[in-house]
Ligand binder design. Structure first.
Ligand SMILES: Nc1ncnc2c1ncn2[C@@H]1O[C@H](COP(=O)(O)OS(=O)(=O)O)[C@@H](OP(=O)(O)O)[C@H]1O
Ligand SMILES: Nc1ncnc2c1ncn2[C@@H]1O[C@H](COP(=O)(O)OP(=O)(O)O)[C@@H](O)[C@H]1O
Length: 451
């Protein structure tokens, strides 16, 4: 081994980590979580082995890993301070690098951004001091504070009991709304925050004004959740911490309101209706006739993403290679998910011949609303007999390469919500079948029935 190796210049690696790593980094940077706990959460006991191998394999003391958000904006740097050596389980040794977090710029896309405050600001609020005057670390609250860490819907009785407990033990209430990756609460982060904020703002006779703050903590597997939540609450000035679990009984009105808003009835939920099938099977024809009927007879807003049209605009320039087809379908899925997120009805009608990307689109849409797959299963012989655009004839002559059904595969969907063979049936009969499904599932309400 060479003696006194000359120090190599430090390297900066860029890493777009899973969202929960960014959330942990933000907790550490805000002072809500000690660095060691943050690293434990991020990487587990294996040190930096949670980093992608192309980074961890090359990382040396003094290097920096820059965390980037989904847009590629650097949000924090993790510097490798010391490459320590610790004993491994079998008596061997394992390198456990020590990492530190340093801020690059504030997180800008985290949930409930506008309402967020640092632990120092919250402690100052509780103490009635100005953090700018006292400095971030001095702004402590001497008086007893009971933090209620809200991770679930609260009932009216729970809220009343928590208030009584705080009053009886002379604690001021600090309500913490917990959002973050992997939380399965039936409320989105903003809904939970609105409910918690409104509960805290309600008059509570005889008690000092409560303080409320949203905190983003990903659901973690590495450390017991309650321990982590307690540490975070204490950093915000809590002297006592409660993490109420779900309870039976009537929801507190603020939670009931947000719950009703988050889970609307089907006719107010966003939906993607995704047609798939061979060229000439009838996707566009049925989709267009259905869109017209929906606009005539319901209050739904409809966005039609037809295969041909998308190819001219959104996917102009793409070929019919497998990779380009998948990209085309991903783009359609992205737009459809946005329409769905906002409560609209997106009707897509591409060939979408591959099962894996259809499943990907379904999964994406189902994060924000509902997804219904309709396989227009008109057989190849009938599509070829129709040959509206003369494409099958050209494909047979070898003039169009990779033509679906001829020289490129079509994977029949395994579990569509509906299958329609349009051979020998009128267009309106095909539309009727889709209409019946949408009605049965509660997606359609006639205009006169809506409020
Ligand atoms: N090689 C090849 N294979 C299949 N289809 C072809 C091809 N070349 C051009 N076309 C025309 O493009 C339309 C299909 O585009 P899509 O975007 O729906 O296809 S895909 O979902 O990306 O596979 C399809 O339109 P539809 O008939 O409306 O389905 C065809 O007219
Ligand atoms: N029941 C039916 N539903 C849809 N299309 C039908 C039906 N019967 C006949 N057709 C004809 O089949 C052709 C389907 O073409 P198109 O809708 O463009 O298919 P795709 O979008 O799947 O390529 C049209 O010419 C249409 O008039």
């Amino acid at each position: 081994m060479p003696e006194n190796p000359s120090p190599s210049p430090s390297t900066e690696f860029s890493w777009h980590p899973p969202q929960q790593v960014l959330e942990i980094a933000e907790l550490v940077l805000s002072g809500a979580l000690p660095v060691a706990a943050g690293l434990e959460q991020t990487f587990g006991p294996q040190g930096a082995s949670g980093l992608p191998p192309e980074i961890s394999g090359r990382l040396a003391a003094g290097d920096t890993v820059v965390l980037e958000d989904a847009e590629g904006t650097p949000v924090a740097g993790m510097s490798l301070a010391v490459a320590g050596v610790a004993s491994g389980e079998q008596g061997g040794t394992a390198s456990l690098p020590m990492l530190t977090f340093t801020p690059r710029r504030p997180f800008t896309h985290a949930p409930v951004r506008a309402a967020r405050r640092t632990p120092a600001q919250v402690r100052a609020d509780l103490a009635g001091t100005d953090p700018a005057a006292t400095g971030p670390d001095d702004a402590g609250s001497a008086s007893p504070v009971l933090a209620v860490v809200v991770t679930t819907l609260l009932t009216a009785a729970q809220v009343e009991q928590l208030r009584a407990q705080a009053l009886n033990t002379s604690h001021r209430l600090l309500w913490i709304a917990v959002a973050g990756t992997g939380r399965t609460l039936p409320l989105p982060a903003d809904g939970l925050w609105r409910a918690v904020r409104d509960v805290a703002a309600e008059p509570d006779p005889g008690a000092p004004a409560a303080v409320a703050v949203p905190v983003v903590v990903p659901r973690s597997v590495a450390v017991d959740d309650v321990a982590l939540l307690t540490a975070v609450a204490r950093a915000h000035g809590a002297t006592e911490v409660l993490v109420p679990g779900p309870a039976e009984g009537e929801l507190h009105p603020a939670f009931a309101r947000e719950h009703a808003r988050a889970v609307p009835p089907p006719h107010r939920r966003g939906l993607t209706l995704f047609f798939t099938g061979l060229s000439g099977s009838g996707k566009s024809t049925v989709a267009k006739a259905l869109a017209e009927r929906l606009l005539d007879h319901t209050t739904r807003t409809v966005s039609l993403l037809d295969g041909d049209e998308v190819r001219r605009m959104l996917s102009a320039g793409l070929t019919f290679s497998r990779a380009d087809r998948d990209l085309n379908i991903r783009r359609i899925g992205f737009v459809a998910a946005e329409v769905t997120r906002h409560g609209g009805l997106a009707i897509c009608a591409p060939i979408a011949p591959f099962e894996s990307v259809r499943a990907e689109v379904r999964a994406g849409v189902e994060q924000v609303g509902d997804f219904v797959l309709v396989h227009i299963s008109t057989p190849l012989e009938e599509c070829e007999r129709r040959d509206r655009k003369g494409l099958y004839a050209k494909a047979r002559r070898g003039e169009i390469p990779d033509f679906t059904g001829i020289s490129s595969p079509y994977e029949t969907p395994a579990g569509p919500e509906l299958r329609i063979d349009t051979t020998g049936i009128p267009i309106e009969a095909a539309v009727d079948q889709v209409w019946a499904l949408l009605t049965e599932r509660g997606y359609l309400v006639a205009p006169e029935k809506t409020e």
